[in-house]
Design a binder for this molecule. Structure first.
Ligand SMILES: Cc1cc2nc3c(=O)[nH]c(=O)nc-3n(C[C@H](O)[C@H](O)[C@H](O)COP(=O)(O)OP(=O)(O)OC[C@H]3O[C@@H](n4cnc5c(N)ncnc54)[C@H](O)[C@@H]3O)c2cc1C
Length: 404
């Protein structure tokens, strides 16, 4: 059967775009379909969004020859400091400190602005003859056929492929139409996200304060800038977000303390309602879900995009091997290997971030004492700390080739 391309990816966000590059890298022709209007939507101005890329994600970008285009715009994360905080009283004296030098693999991660990753991915895609990225292409239907699968666009156009990849985000219509149920719940929390410019150097340190209302992360960006991901109960978040910049800054300052000196907000402010959602199945015949379409986790550990990048590296690994063996890359047998490798890991990530959030987002004094003692204890056990750093860096367990 002649198909339009070996693979069709629905959703050209960060995960869909990187999946296309990984698939093209191992020789597959790929069409990416995105409902957005045009490339102008891939903004180049700073909008306040950044990601903490784990070491495993950086390895993936390096292996696909992308990291060289963003290295100058990335800030290495050299240290992570975790503190139990209380509003006004500031952080407690008990803290946990992860130092980069405790592992020998280089920085634990890199902070990169959304606009720079997007631009680097688009530049690569535009130069790649195996990838055809189509804007203004909303997929409204898909249907399994004998030996292939077809998708229908909003304008009635049909395209056929051997493997359909769902990278259409957390409200994946592809998953819905395939009757793939999702487990999880909405948190009564939203993340307030913004970037700040400050007086003092951050020295490459990422801070995580556990405040009663939820975690507050201060992540180092290039220069004297940091990204703030600040979790509040929904009602509070809504109210705070409506405040003007002066009032918003004042509220943030009460939580931050003054370790960065005077600061001001730069770029846009964002609010994201938070939810835990994990697809009961990551696959169907000729369909694989990746990224937020498969799982959406609390940003407490900054692992959402990293988990999507791991899906990509694993799926590329599996379909490359399948192709070498002469197997049909869309068959259930092949896709089951992807699901077995990724679903358990993703569920573990989702539920451990949830537990962490529950344990730390409250004011119970007994729990507070227990977690402070726990943090201090953990801080004194180097082997345990090393293991946690490796886990956060995404370099434990069986790694797909692209993350070696
Ligand atoms: C507050 C916050 C902070 C975060 N911080 C971090 C961090 O520090 N590190 C980290 O690793 N992760 C982080 N994450 C998670 C990360 O942002 C997401 O995991 C990631 O952006 C998801 O990308 P995606 O490509 O899977 O989905 P999306 O970005 O949602 O992309 C989906 C794409 O599909 C397209 N689409 C949808 N439906 C259709 C259709 N029917 N037809 C065609 N196209 C369609 C959309 O136009 C869109 O382009 C954070 C998340 C939040 C909320």
């Amino acid at each position: 059967m002649e198909v339009d391309s070996d693979i069709i990816i629905v959703g050209g966000g960060l995960n869909g775009s990187l999946m296309a590059i990984a698939a093209a890298n191992i020789g597959f022709s790929t069409i990416v379909l995105d409902s957005k209007d045009n490339e102008a939507n891939v903004e180049n101005r700073f909008d306040g969004r950044s990601y903490a890329l784990a070491l495993s994600s950086v390895r993936l970008l390096k292996n696909l020859n992308i990291f060289k285009d963003i290295i100058d715009k990335s800030q290495p994360i050299l240290d992570i400091k975790i503190l139990d905080g209380k509003l006004v009283q500031g952080p407690s004296q008990f803290s946990l400190h992860f130092d980069n030098n405790e592992i020998h693999d280089g920085p634990m991660g890199q902070m990169v602005e959304d606009r720079f990753i997007r631009k680097a991915l688009f530049t690569k895609i535009n130069k790649n003859e195996r990838i055809d990225y189509k804007f203004n292409s909303k997929v409204t239907e898909h249907k399994k056929q004998s030996g292939y699968i077809s998708v229908t666009l909003h304008n009635g156009k049909k395209l056929d492929t051997k493997l359909l990849v769902g990278a259409d985000g957390r409200n994946s219509e592809l998953a819905n139409r395939s009757e793939i149920k999702k487990s999880g719940w909405k948190y009564n929390q939203s993340a307030l996200v913004c970037a700040i410019e400050h007086e003092a150097d951050h020295n490459g340190v990422a801070w995580q304060y556990f405040m009663p209302s939820g975690p507050l992360a201060v992540l180092p960006m290039t220069g004297k800038r940091s990204c703030i991901v600040w979790t509040e109960q929904n009602a509070n978040a809504k109210a705070i977000n409506l405040f003007d910049e002066t009032r918003y800054t004042k509220i943030l300052a009460a939580r931050l303390g003054n370790f960065l000196g005077k600061f001001k907000i730069i770029g846009d402010r964002h609010t994201y309602p938070l939810e835990l959602s994990i697809a009961d199945r990551f696959i169907d015949e000729r369909l694989a879900l990746i990224g937020d379409a498969a799982h959406s986790v609390h940003p407490i550990a900054g692992q959402g995009l990293n988990a999507g990048f791991k899906d990509i590296a694993v799926l590329a690994h599996i379909i490359q091997d399948a192709h070498h063996r002469g197997e049909d890359l869309g068959s259930l047998g092949v896709l089951k290997r992807y699901e077995e490798w990724r679903r358990f890991d993703s569920a573990q990530l989702a539920y451990s971030t949830d537990l962490f959030n529950k344990l730390f987002s409250n004011e119970n004094e007994v729990l507070r004492l227990a977690r402070n003692i726990g943090l201090k204890l953990l801080d004194s056990i180097p082997v345990a700390k090393r293991n946690i750093i490796k886990e956060a860096a995404g370099i434990t367990g069986e790694l797909p080739r692209l993350m070696h």
